[in-house]
Design a protein around this ligand. Structure first.
Ligand SMILES: Cc1ncc(COP(=O)(O)O)c(C=O)c1O
Ligand SMILES: N[C@@H](CCCC[NH3+])C(=O)O
Length: 455
């Protein structure tokens, strides 16, 4: 397994992250456990910001909180000078609870409800990224009622097909997101947005997809957006102050992945903006981007305890762990690949090829097909790398499995940032209608009797 950030093998032959021995983390917090290497997250934030400073452009780097949205992460992003992209009232609430400065929050989403919009208006967030005509009018009506002036970007689809999994591509014409440039709906929306009072149109937003390893998709998006900006300037005499080019910068999950340096992506974007917007406005537009995965992805590691092992000679060895698709649905959703190691026997040589199975009642609940490991035993500690993005944030309670805890590690200190769910969390929102409660006393007696007999 590739060792990211501060991960290393210590003198006990254990995987250590942020100066914390993973065996001690297991003892203290249990498994499954998400570990976040805080220094690595901070480094990624700084890499983006420093690379933008180098370009000389005005900019904002908004952390796409969908990748991993918990209060501690929002607080950390705020401290690092990031803006924040939220896509629902839940993410917005989390950010506000964490004290994230509202004026640096950008609100996305292809179907924001009136309640969500009102919540964001109450908070006086920095910008709405308007996705549809319906939203444009709804937002205007609500802003008008409140006599509030609201900054907006319009999300456009630039017609760029990103080279990534089809569920992660969003820049093509056939997409549920935004206004299409090619068929003229983007232009019509801009016309309306300029006319509508209480809406302050800052510019446009484009996001071509996620886990992208080439710069040409971003360059092409910048080129298309610049051509569109030129059209709007010439025909509607309107200049965009802000161009948001979204997120999507790829990270390393396995050796098949070949991410570029953050500075390479940013420099390519900066150069493309300078080239394609040259001579269009008196001043180049401010550039915003929205990295999610590339901020937190490789800073995350998940620890599991190995349980049952099923060997089918000549076929496959299934090594089951105490988590699975409930804490990491990405292999099942996108056939995503991961690397793993035995964190308690990190110096042992690889001996066999095994497959890591989750504990859900689904044949598709496989975390890794075919990984080389030392012969695993029940009780071993398995670490899976690059689980910082879209793991905790996409976790579920399928099979009524409790979500794991999340711990930040840094300089030998481990701090809990999300508590492990309990069974009471699992049933917290369940309501049993009165008519079904009739037999509850009976079943309680029944259950007690059983417990008495078995003990
Ligand atoms: C609009 C928007 N912005 C930003 C992101 C973050 O993308 P990533 O995590 O790939 O950087 C996404 C997710 O793909 C998105 O849909
Ligand atoms: N959730 C995704 C990709 C989509 C990101 C949001 N538009 C992932 O795990 O990779």
């Amino acid at each position: 397994m590739y060792l990211h950030g501060s991960s290393k093998i210590n003198s006990n032959g254990h995987l250590e992250i942020g100066g914390c021995d993973t065996m001690l983390l297991k003892e203290r917090f249990g498994t499954p456990l998400y570990i976040v290497d805080e220094q690595l997250v901070r480094r990624r934030c700084r890499e983006f910001i420093e690379a933008f400073h180098e370009t000389g452009l005005k900019f904002q780097v908004a952390y796409a909180s969908k990748a991993f949205c918990v209060m501690a992460m929002c607080a950390l992003a705020a401290e690092e000078g990031m803006s924040l992209d939220v896509v629902s009232s839940g993410e917005l609430f989390t950010a506000l609870q964490a004290g994230f400065p509202a004026e640096r929050i950008h609100f996305h989403g292809n179907n924001k409800t009136p309640e969500e919009i009102e919540m964001a208006l109450d908070a006086q967030i920095g910008c709405f990224v308007v996705d549809s005509e319906m939203e444009l009018h709804l937002l205007q009506a609500l802003a008008y009622e409140r006599k509030q002036q609201v900054n907006i970007l319009l999300r456009v689809t630039p017609g760029v097909e990103a080279h990534t999994h089809e569920y992660m591509a969003t820049g093509q014409e056939d997409s549920k997101f935004g206004f299409d440039i090619a068929n003229g709906t983007a232009r019509q929306a801009i016309e309306q947005a300029i006319r509508l009072d209480h809406l302050n149109l800052l510019g446009v937003h484009s996001h071509i997809g996620s886990q992208i390893f080439e710069v040409n998709g971003f360059q092409m998006a910048a080129e298309r957006v610049a051509a569109f900006s030129r059209e709007i300037k010439e025909q509607l005499h309107f200049s965009f102050k802000v161009i948001n080019l979204g997120g999507g910068f790829g990270i390393r999950y396995t050796e098949e992945d070949t991410p570029l340096k953050i500075s390479t992506y940013v420099q390519a974007i900066g150069d493309a903006v300078k080239t394609y917007f040259s001579g269009l406005y008196d001043e180049l537009p401010e550039i915003w981007i929205e990295p999610g995965r590339s901020i937190v992805g490789d800073a995350g590691t998940t620890l599991y305890t190995v349980g049952s092992i099923k060997d089918i000679p000549q076929v496959r060895k299934y090594v089951s762990v105490d988590g699975g698709m409930t804490d990491n649905p990405r292999p099942a959703l996108y056939q995503a690949k991961y690397e793993a190691m035995l964190a308690n026997r990190a110096l042992d040589a690889s001996e066999e090829t095994v497959s890591i199975a989750g504990k859900c009642c689904e044949s598709g609940d496989m975390l890794i097909w075919d990984v080389e490991l030392p012969r695993p035993n029940t009780g071993d500690l398995l670490a899976v790398a690059s689980t910082g993005a879209y793991n905790y944030s996409m976790a579920s309670n399928y099979n009524r499995i409790c979500r794991p805890a999340v711990v930040f590690v840094n300089n030998g200190e481990a701090e809990l940032v999300v508590r492990r769910e309990t069974y009471m969390d699992i049933v917290r929102n369940d309501v049993v209608p009165q008519r079904l409660l009739r037999d509850q006393a009976d079943s309680a007696v029944h259950l007690n009797a059983k417990i008495t007999v078995s003990s």
